[in-house]
Design a protein. Structure first.
Lengths: 366, 234
């Protein structure tokens, strides 16, 4: 970590089985110095429960929550600030604008609830936010008259009126189309300019995670399977399961065939082909595992029959259309997406060559 | 045919006054209890809920008997009332208010609890995370959102208060010009074979009730339409 730790939350909460829901345990340690921390995971990973614990609407059984060195919760010393004392901005997927108030009244409610600044300052802040989020013309509208994007901007503006100490965004782009998604990313930049508060964003959208997250926590059934700076997490998934869950990698069974520390290289045996990469620290010749490579980093070529280093020959199993072009499924569950024009060159082949550039070679032990 | 007897308007005014006061008490006390039941968890919550529902099931005579004992001079509540107001409670029009209150409060509380529970909790969460106090959240967010449901419950409550007969008769009695409400007056007229008066009073009651219900429906109808057209636009 480089800067001071902004969020340090150790949370443990057990939910007993009730009715048709099974028992669940949330057990995470979120420690981040980033401006935007993303909790990524499927819908039952416990992301929203984590947000509720941070904002004070759920009480952890054990743990401690520190936000910018301020203690929100500590089970050991029975400290548990009420939600209104924590002042977390909480953005719900449906925005939860008060339906009986206009946009301006929604902001006014937030302004008058925040007790720490003068009336003039509040008014100035409100006007400023209405302008920053392009709401000046909509200030007199009721939420029902706004479209999804406008509602979201209004909810963000309302959240920022009272200078929150922590911003919690729960699936902010759920139900938005691609255009509105991009608009939201821009709006989030505005949000970051207007508030120094760290942001915790919950999503199951990988694209959003990549675009917005500085620090990424991958969640699965109540715990982090991996967390760290975004580049690190996506460059080096912790294990094969994480890589599979993320779904953007090709995992090919590999064996370490040679290691040369003096030249900083290693040689992997992948489906009978040699793949050269950087030296693997702490591995032994004969170690079993996977070659893990991003689908977009491997190049698909016709099989020329020659055996060359870093070229893996694989059988074609299926070809399906995809949003970005054509998706070619190969043996061992590998896949590659190529453009339609590129696919014309590969059409009809039974085997194809997957070329792996040496810097992209990443070995995951079994 | 004899000329129509001049109508004694007293029972109507008394009924309206009793119903208005009972509704007022139900609105304040009942709303608080309903909010408590919907938002807080405490021991004996469902027991309290059952106790509140009890007057709906008990026959008016049983309820009346309980009240006679509880509000009588020999018992704490009646004694307390006399100590404060200097007169006994039983067989006064104020006792009719208590009867009407008991008659209508259970329905209001049961309904209001559901109305409060159906207000999306996220609005209240947002309000408190914005720093609003519990009171502010209640008056500015929860209550306005529950208002439509509560107002129609209140009109139901008023109507039920107007219509109470059994309990009122038992605890307030049938003293013309003092405790005789509309429903009791009608009973009295029929009992004494005064068909003309009974018919007049029945018409007056029906017209008043219809008028009140119509006003209540108008008051709570408007927002429903607005939100409907808004949801269509979405």
């Amino acid at each position: 970590m480089n800067g001071p730790v902004k969020i340090d939350a150790r949370l443990r909460k057990r939910l007993a089985a009730a009715g048709d829901t099974a028992a669940f345990e949330l057990n995470i340690h979120l420690k981040s110095d980033a401006a935007v921390t993303v909790l990524w995971g499927a819908s039952v990973a416990g992301k929203t429960l984590a947000l509720n614990c941070l904002s004070g609407f759920a009480k952890p059984d054990e743990g401690r929550i520190l936000v910018n060195d301020e203690l929100f919760f500590d089970a050991a010393t029975a400290v548990n600030l009420r939600p209104r004392a924590r002042r977390c901005g909480y953005l719900f997927p449906d925005h939860a604008l008060f339906p009986h108030m206009t946009v301006r009244e929604n902001l006014q409610f937030a302004a008058s609830a925040a007790r720490h600044s003068s009336r003039l300052n509040k008014h100035r802040r409100m006007t400023e936010l209405l302008e920053a989020f392009e709401l000046s013309d909509l200030a007199a509208c009721k939420p029902a008259q706004l479209c999804a994007g406008e509602k979201q901007r209004a909810a963000l503006a309302r959240m920022l009126v009272g200078d929150p100490r922590l911003l919690l965004l729960d699936e902010p782009t759920r139900g938005l189309d691609a255009r509105l998604r991009q608009a939201f990313y821009a709006v989030l930049r505005t949000t970051r300019e207007r508030s120094p508060a760290p942001i915790v964003l919950v999503t199951h959208d990988l694209e959003e995670c990549m675009q917005l997250g500085d620090f990424v926590c991958l969640m699965e059934s109540g715990h982090f399977v991996q967390s760290g700076p975004r580049e690190q997490v996506f460059a080096w998934p912790a294990n094969a399961d994480v890589a599979r869950t993320l779904g953007i990698y090709n995992l090919l069974p590999a064996t370490v065939a040679a290691l040369d520390p003096s030249r900083d290289t290693c040689l992997l045996d992948v489906a009978g082909s040699g793949v050269q990469g950087r030296y693997l620290k702490g591995r032994l010749i004969g170690d079993q595992g996977y070659l893990c490579i991003r689908q977009t980093e491997a190049r698909l070529m016709p099989n020329l029959g020659r055996r060359a280093l870093n070229q893996i020959v694989l059988r074609v199993q299926a070809v399906t259309p995809s949003a970005q072009g054509v998706r070619v499924l190969l043996e061992h569950g590998a896949a590659a997406v190529v453009s339609e024009a590129q696919y014309e060159l590969l059409r009809g082949e039974n085997t194809l060559t997957l070329e792996v550039p040496p810097p992209a070679v990443y070995f995951i032990a079994k | 045919m004899s000329a129509p007897p001049s109508i004694d308007w007293f029972p109507l005014w008394l009924s309206l006054r009793v119903a208005a006061l009972a509704t007022l008490f139900v609105l304040t006390l009942g709303t608080s209890v309903a909010y408590l039941l919907s938002h807080k968890n405490f021991r004996g919550k469902e027991a309290l809920d059952s106790l509140i529902t009890l007057p709906l099931i008990l026959p008016p005579t049983v309820l009346g008997y309980y009240l006679l004992v509880l509000l009588g001079r020999s018992f704490g509540l009646g004694h307390l009332y006399q100590a404060i107001f200097g007169q006994p409670l039983l067989f006064t029009w104020q006792a009719a208010v208590v009867a009407a209150f008991l008659h209508s409060a259970p329905i209001y509380i049961k309904g209001a609890r559901i109305v409060f529970e159906s207000v999306d909790y996220r609005y209240e969460w947002v309000a408190s995370s914005l720093g609003a106090s519990a009171g502010r959240t209640f008056f500015r967010v929860t209550l306005p959102l529950a208002w439509r449901g509560l107002s129609s419950l209140a009109s139901l409550c008023f109507a039920r208060s107007m219509g109470d007969f059994g309990v009122t008769l038992m605890v307030a009695g049938n003293i013309p010009g003092r405790t005789q409400t509309l429903s009791v007056a009608i009973f009295d007229a029929v009992e004494s074979g005064n068909g003309q008066t009974a018919r007049m009073l029945v018409v007056v009651t029906s017209v008043t009730a219809l008028l009140l219900l119509w006003v209540a429906a108008r008051v709570s109808r408007q927002p429903a339409r607005a939100s409907h057209s808004a949801s269509l636009k979405e």
